[in-house]
Design a protein around this ligand. Sequence first.
Ligand code: MGP
Ligand code: SAH
Length: 294
Amino acid sequence: MGKRKRKQFQPAHMATTNGVEAGGGDTFVTPQGQEMPAALEKYWRQRYNFFWRFDEGIAIDEEGWYSVTPEAIAEDTAKRIAQLHNQQQHNQQQLHSQRRPPKKKQQWVPDFGRICIVEAFCGVGGNAIKFAEWCEHVIAIDIDPGRLEMARHNAEIYGVADRIEFILGDFYQLAPMLKADVVFMSPPWGGPEYLGAEVFDLNKMPFHSAQEWLDRARMVSKNIVYFMPKNCDPVQLADLYPGAPCEIELNYTNGFLKAVTAYYNDVALSDEGGCNSTDRRVYRRPSHCKSIAN
Ligand code: MGP
Ligand code: SAH
C-alpha cells in the first residue's frame, strides 16, 4: 500500500486557535499568538502531556481540552490491554502442551496486538491513537462529528489513522451491533465541575449513568476498561460489574493524580510487564470486587 497523503483538516477557526474559538469572555494569548478562553489556559500548559506531537498541528476543541487522556496514561492503558493477546496465546499454548509435548523448545515471542478494541467515546483521539499503536484494530466512536474529525486528523499526525475505524454515532445505540475483545470507555463526566463534589457519584453522570454505559458495553465484550474521575468511590466503581474480577489503577502524570481506571474481567488479570510509566500506582484486588486498598 502506498503512503497516504495527510488530509488537510483546517476548519476556519483552527487557523488561529488550534480548534478552540476564543468566544467573547476572558482570553489568554499563547506565545504563538493564539487567543484562547482563559479557562483553558490550565490545559494548554499541559499540551505536551496530552500530545507530545502537539506542535505538528494537533487539533483540540474546548471539550477535547478538558477531556483528553494524558498521553502517558493512554499509552500505559493501551500496552496493558494489548497484553491480553499474550495472555490468551499463553493460555492456548499451555492447553496445547498439556495434550502433546512440543517437539522443540518454543521461544516466547511477545506479540502485542491481535486485539480488537472499541473506544466508545473517542473525543479528539487521545486514547484511540495509543490503542492503534498497540492493538490490531480500533473502532473509535464519537457522537460529535467535529471532534471525530479532529481525532482522525490527530491520528494522521501520529501515522496510525489507517488502523482506526472512525464511527460517528451514539455508543448507546451502536453497542448491540458491535463485538470486540475489549471496550474502553471514557464518557463525559459533566465538564470540569466534576471536581466540585467531594465524591463524584457515578450515577449522576450526564446522559447515562456509569451503570447504564457499562451494561451497554457488556453487549460488546465482557472485558471492559473504564476511565473515571479521581474523586469517584472505587467501591462504587468496582461494584458496577458484580462477579467480575476488577482492578483499579490510579493514574498520575508528573506526580499528580489525574484519574482512575477500572479493568474488569480478563484485562484485570493481565500482566503488568508492558507498563512502564513511573507515575502509575496500581491497587489490585486479589479476589472478586469487594473493597479497594486505601
Ligand atoms: P482535570 O479536571 O483537568 O483535573 O481532569 P486536574 O488536572 O487533576 O485538575 P486540578 O484542578 O485538580 O489540578 C484530569 C483529567 O481527567 C483530564 O486531563 C482528562 O484526562 C480527564 N477528564 C476530565 N474531565 C472533565 C473529563 C470528562 O468529562 N470526561 C473524560 N472522559 N475525561 C475527563
Ligand atoms: N478519551 C478521549 C476523551 C473522551 S471525552 C480522549 O482521550 O480524547 C468524551 C467524548 O464522548 C466526547 O468527545 C463526546 O462527544 C463523546 N460522547 C458523548 N456522548 C456520546 C455518545 N452517546 N456516544 C459516543 N460518544 C459520545
